[in-house]
Design a protein around this ligand. Sequence first.
Ligand SMILES: [Zn+2]
Length: 209
Amino acid sequence: MNLLPQSIQTAIQSLSDLPGIGNRSAERLIFALLRNESGLDQKISESLKNLRKNIGECSLCHHFCEITNSEETQAPLCEICQRPSRDKKSICVIETPTDLIALERTLEFKGLFHVLHGVISPLQKVGPEDLRIAHLFKRLQNNTEIEEVILAMSGNIESDATALYITENLHKIFKGKITRLARGIPTGGDLDYLDTGTLSRALLDRRDY
Ligand SMILES: [Zn+2]
């Protein structure tokens, strides 16, 4: 017997497909939306629709960025890549846009980023070709300015394997320094869960790969 109408069940199911949201949390959110009278559901659905329409990837670092009409003809660039004050000699390679936000919060890193959008994971059927790894190699191949690549990966096996894959291939095309964050990072820990102090330290104490 189903105690909830079909439309509510479908909404709950869709929400609980998101990472970190279980069935109970999804239920609570949907009930809150149903009770809300201020048009919150419309606002949310509108903003989600705009995500697909307005958000693309920076043509250089692959961080998410707003795409305006004028950029349809030219490659979009994110705020960081556009900023002249950024140090063009180092690239910090990260797994997700949330890692970029975490590193920016430390105020320690002034260079450029490269967002992979995931890690190599045979179990999840994610190979190097599903990530922005080839884009990183291409970016480094065509660039004589960059002197250091910092692999700022999380502390788990898949991240380590991804860093190793990148390093091995990078050595063939890149003559600069390849470093990784110091292991203040707990095993299995994601960067964006670290406090700013620990992350700053890990960045400052980085080692050669
Ligand atoms: Zn960018």
